[in-house]
Write a protein that binds this ligand. Structure first.
Ligand code: NAP
Length: 346
């Protein structure tokens, strides 16, 4: 059957949200699948990575990547298979990771391949969904954020927020492997129990346990202060950790999910003078800057998965059409592990 007989269901950005995205911010469209030109490939989506960053891509304005345009297919990374190839580096049936977009099929032409990030993946190193988690973009964020910016030393205390999420679960496990004491911060007892009992964190603070819970938890579990804070959430939790940092502490600004749906201006850190007092630093990280070194981190993490020192948890929701509701799970804490949208069965 020619590819053009296949119907591609897509989800496009219909409007820029104000606060939490609504159903009316999306439109559902269909299109025939395009045959690739010389050097191009056509891919079938198997699973998509749902990421907090998607909320930022829906906003107008300057960022590290241009916003998704109104009427465009929503940007999304994913994993899938090659169903047509006019490129000698890809064969029908290959498994790949790529910028698929929130749709069932995508055709990537030759000069778009590098920019798109299309690469083959090896399922001997990890499962399809692990390629969206520990071996994929969140895992790379955890690895390079912690190792390059955090520079962990054995015996240091590392605190990570969003501890049971995609990035956080991997940050904590790498820090343990590197000989650090690790304290997570997460929402609710189930997530806190999991990071301690399953992932081997030394402690986890439930920030939803009541007012003052983070401050009290840090005092109890970081008696010698905090050397590295891997910040996924921003807001008040960042201020609470700033109040407990050690001299020469490193704070990795990875994300600030508590602020992404704000309708008021972003809340900056009130306790920033703690950086001065402690000769400490805060540094932002954008994972794409490390693309040339992903293969090194993937090899190291695949080794840890194989020898059992690294675990990964994915929260898989089925169905492309559920995308608008499923995305919201990230912002109300309903996802438990890396949020994945299964679009088609392998
Ligand atoms: N800089 C980069 O290159 C880069 C790359 C990837 C990700 N990131 C950032 O890394 C962070 C984590 O991303 P992820 O993909 O791993 O997501 P995730 O942690 O798997 O999911 C998001 C989690 O954030 C927590 N959360 C939501 N609202 C919160 C709030 N108001 N206060 C505190 N926690 C809240 C929820 O967990 P609880 O149940 O614990 O509240 C939720 O499950 C995000 O900020 C993201 O933007 C940055």
């Amino acid at each position: 059957m020619p590819l053009t007989h296949l119907v591609n269901h897509q989800i496009r950005l219909a409007a820029r949200p104000n606060g939490m995205p609504k159903t009316s911010d999306w439109s559902h469209t269909t299109q025939a699948v395009a045959e690739p030109l010389e050097g191009g490939v056509t891919l079938k989506t198997l699973a998509l990575s749902l990421d907090p960053a998607m909320r930022g891509w829906m906003n107008e304005g300057k960022s590290y990547i241009p916003p998704v345009g109104i009427g465009e297919v929503m940007r999304a990374g994913g994993v899938g298979t090659v169903i047509a190839s006019k490129n000698e580096q890809f064969t029908v049936g290959d498994y790949v990771s790529a910028g698929f977009g929130v749709q069932e099929y995508t055709t990537i032409e030759k000069d778009e391949i590098k920019r798109n990030g299309l690469v083959k993946i090896d399922l001997r190193a990890g499962s399809l969904t692990q390629w969206l988690n520990v071996l994929g973009m969140p895992g790379m964020t955890a690895y390079f954020g912690l190792m390059d910016v955090g520079m962990p030393q054995p015996g240091e205390t590392v605190v990570v927020s969003g501890a049971a999420g995609a990035v956080g679960q991997t940050v904590g496990q790498i820090a343990k492997i590197k000989g650090c004491r690790v304290v997570g911060i997460a929402g609710g007892p189930a997530k806190c129990d999991w990071v301690v009992k399953e992932l081997g964190f030394d402690a986890c603070i439930d920030y939803k346990a009541g007012p003052g819970a983070v401050r009290a938890g840090l005092k109890e579990h970081c008696a010698k202060g905090v050397d590295i804070y891997f910040d996924n959430v921003g807001g008040e939790i960042l201020d609470d950790v700033l109040a407990r940092i050690n001299r020469k502490a490193r704070i990795i600004i990875c994300g600030a999910i508590s602020q992404y749906n704000n309708t008021a201006p972003v809340q900056g850190p009130k306790n920033y003078l703690s950086l001065l007092v402690n000769r400490a630093r805060m540094e932002g990280i954008v994972v794409f800057d490390y693309a040339d070194r992903y293969h090194l981190a993937v090899a190291e993490m695949a080794g840890y998965l194989k020898d059992g020192r690294m675990k990964s948890k994915e929260d898989i929701v089925v169905g492309l059409n559920t995308f608008p509701d499923t995305l919201l799970k990230l912002f109300n804490g309903e996802n438990f592990g890396k949020l994945v949208l299964e679009v088609a069965r392998d």
